[in-house]
Ligand binder design. Structure first.
Ligand SMILES: NC(=O)c1ccc[n+]([C@@H]2O[C@H](COP(=O)([O-])OP(=O)(O)OC[C@H]3O[C@@H](n4cnc5c(N)ncnc54)[C@H](OP(=O)(O)O)[C@@H]3O)[C@@H](O)[C@H]2O)c1
Length: 355
């Protein structure tokens, strides 16, 4: 039975720096959602909070993007996972199917069937150890797939190489660290608290974890890393600038993101780039959706590694759609460890992540 009203969160204004309490507006409106031909109505059970949402709300710097910003007054864009509750004419999806895609911050969403709406295997046919919310984390586009293609395809990591990962205790970073270990690299992670560093060293069993807020960070980096073959960068800014001074010949830098710049507060550019010349190094940005044809390959390998217990994942779960706007800034203050999710209709006791 569909409710008489539903709640959604719309973009009220473009943030100038950080998200603020006036960036979003919560609206509870009469239920008027009806799927047309080729569309389905989805009840959104889980929402993924991602750094990209800062850009989708409007970049504070000049950038030509792969997707236009959300219009003011429109439902804020986000990945989500839920169940199909009504099916429009001519659809292959069925009521009860579990799907994942750009649902937005709303309890219900009408979505087009097709490439951008992925049908998830029924829970009983998932490989052992795989759970539904993994499809927004290690088996999701902005999580596992980003880590997988960024490290294996863009950075081309090889056994015996030294890999350094920034944002290492976040969702992408923690997966890059573990895939790096699976491929036989020496892995050093960088994160913003001692607790995160302990988690990386003790549970993810990487070779070393460095707190970039420590006054001795640069010395610690030199001691633990020496010089590096691959830098997987989620953070940009000063950390990237410093990492470029520590390259081996032929090093590769995969630019996944630059979260330190998203609020427009970190303004310094790269000054150490002559080292790219001296070390004949490559620096390459990527956007995961360019790999969409190869998602099945990432899904196959990542699900296998989860089933074999070779990938640990950690979820930071916020309860209730109304709390999503307040939770989003955690990504920028370092308040999350692992994947940041919001549960709407399902409660966390139903989730059984292994960390
Ligand atoms: N290229 C693509 O296709 C693609 C796809 C998905 C994600 N991404 C990018 O991947 C990166 C990681 O995304 P995620 O979803 O995995 O987020 P996340 O790492 O789970 O969360 C963000 C983390 O970044 C760190 N951080 C925030 N501000 C920082 C700063 N000023 N300096 C250093 N670290 C800072 C914080 O950890 P600390 O406590 O360690 O500071 C925070 O917990 C982002 O840059 C995102 O935009 C790119």
């Amino acid at each position: 039975m569909l409710p008489k009203h539903y709640t959604r969160i719309v973009l009220a204004e473009r943030p100038k720096t950080d998200f603020t309490p006036t960036t979003f507006l919560r609206e509870t409106v009469a239920f008027d959602l009806k799927p047309g031909p080729g569309e389905v109505l989805v009840r959104v059970d889980w929402i993924s909070l991602d750094p990209a949402m800062r850009g989708w709300a409007g970049w504070p710097m000049e950038v030509v993007t792969y997707i236009p910003p959300v219009e003011i007054g429109a439902v804020m864009r986000s990945f989500g996972l839920g169940a199909v509750v009504e099916v429009g004419e001519g659809c292959e999806l069925r009521t009860g199917d579990i799907v994942c895609g750009l649902t937005g911050l709303a309890e219900y969403a009408v979505m087009k069937e097709g490439e951008r709406l992925q049908k998830i295997m029924a829970p009983e046919s998932n490989p052992p150890g795989v759970q539904l919310l993994d499809f927004l984390g290690p088996l999701g586009i902005a999580g596992g797939f980003t880590a997988y293609f960024g490290l294996l395809d863009v950075a081309q990591i090889k056994a015996g190489e030294t890999l350094v990962v920034s944002g290492a205790a976040g969702q992408v970073g923690s997966l890059v660290c573990q895939i790096g270990k699976l491929y036989g690299a020496k892995v050093i992670g960088i994160a913003g608290t001692d607790e995160k560093c302990r988690w990386l060293s003790e549970e993810l069993k990487i070779d070393a974890a460095l707190n970039y807020k420590s006054p001795s960070f640069r010395e610690d980096f030199k001691d633990a890393v020496g010089y590096l073959d691959v830098f997987f960068d989620n953070v940009g800014g000063e950390i990237l600038n410093f990492a470029i001074t520590r390259l081996k010949q032929g090093a590769r830098i995969a630019l996944c993101g630059a979260i330190s710049t998203y609020n427009g507060l970190e303004t310094k550019g790269i000054t150490s780039y002559m080292n790219l010349v001296m070390q004949r190094a490559k620096i390459e940005g990527f956007v995961v959706s360019d790999y969409s044809r190869r998602y099945p390959e990432a899904l196959r390998d990542l699900s296998k590694w989860i089933s074999e217990g070779r990938i640990i994942r950690r979820y930071h779960i916020i309860e209730g759609l109304e709390n999503a706007p307040e939770a989003l800034p955690l990504l920028f203050t370092g308040g999350n460890t692992g994947k940041l999710l919001v549960t709407i209709f399902l409660r966390p006791r139903r989730c059984y992540a292994n960390s």
